[in-house]
Ligand binder design. Structure first.
Ligand SMILES: [Zn+2]
Length: 113
């Protein structure tokens, strides 16, 4: 099993649906579904806080509370994802092995395993 394009050796490959059976998806843990948006929100809040510290008299109390709440939620989601990670890895591996049809995003080459 190779995780790269046989033609251009790119690693940007996509699973392709096989005929009438759609491409199987790996089971994505719920913690990851929460973790990614939380990370974005946290980053946004931190950036807003920094901007407010620079251009005004510091971040407002609401913003500070929101940042702390989102930070705690992110840490919890991070810990949960850490616990889900072994299962997620197994799920990803079996998905990669089960999928037979692949397409390269760089050269559009399609191939079967
Ligand atoms: Zn390619």
């Amino acid at each position: 099993m190779q995780y790269q394009c046989p033609k251009c050796q790119s690693r940007k490959i996509l699973p392709v649906a096989n005929g009438n059976t759609p491409a199987a998806r790996p089971v994505v843990p719920k913690s990851l579904v929460f973790l990614i948006p939380l990370l974005f929100i946290l980053l946004l809040l931190v950036v807003i806080s920094i901007v407010m510290w620079i251009f005004s008299n510091g971040a407002g109390q609401t913003l500070q509370i929101a940042t702390v709440v989102v930070f705690i939620a992110t840490v919890i989601a991070g810990v949960l994802f850490w616990r889900d990670l072994p299962d997620f890895k197994i799920s990803m591996q079996s998905f990669m092995q089960a999928n037979k049809n692949w397409k390269c995003r760089d050269c559009n080459h399609e191939w079967q395993i």
